[in-house]
Design a protein around this ligand. Sequence first.
Ligand code: SF4
Length: 243
Amino acid sequence: MNNTKIEWTEMTWNPTTGCDKISAGCKFCYAEVMAKRLQAMGVEKYKNGFEVTIHEDELHAPYNWKKPKVIFVNSMSDLFHKDVPIGFIRKVFKVMKDNPQHVFQVLTKRADILRYYDSEGWLEWTHNIWMGVSVENNKVTKRIDLLRETGARVKFLSCEPLIGPIPNMNLTGIDWVIVGGESGRKPRPMKEEWVTDIKNQCLKAGVAFFFKQWGGTNKKKTGRLLEGKTWDEMPEIELHKSI
Ligand code: SF4
């Protein structure tokens, strides 16, 4: 487990690492850059670079974290990548179920695989598992529908990096929306009107809204104020509720 600078979580836990790019939001994937850097540094966990790799030895870790935490699962991968066996995904879900003192946030772009596994009854949803899909533009809003069809108790959207407008989202059954701009050396621009539109859609639908950052080449400078204020809303449930 690692402390993280990601504003909407506390820690990261990576029982799998590695991935493949599947949509426009992946273009400047931070996980890929980091995995290759850690591989070059000789870090054992990243000896396969950005190839999908299962880490059975990570499964015991959350049992040892006694203090309740909000944990982003797989910041360096996508748990629903086709090369992650369903048997291993079920082990990850068991770990999350066994540790109701923590909140686990799982985020995927493979909403079709998520939906398929759930429809087969292979995923057990406890209150402490928050399931999210990435929605970077209006071409991938189908992911929202697929997420909605799952049995996840808490459902969220990560619109980051937001690279286009997403008008008229169906937010029925969605608990939380995170928006953020791209950062790095060549970030794609994010228009303020796209962000305010999503914020207004959330306000109208009664969905918690979290504005992470404007991004850009100097994200410290661009900051995270939207219309003069910070938006740090979280789903209106107890963060560390027992199952
Ligand atoms: S799905 Fe996520 S981890 Fe995988 S390549 Fe895309 S951005 Fe990177």
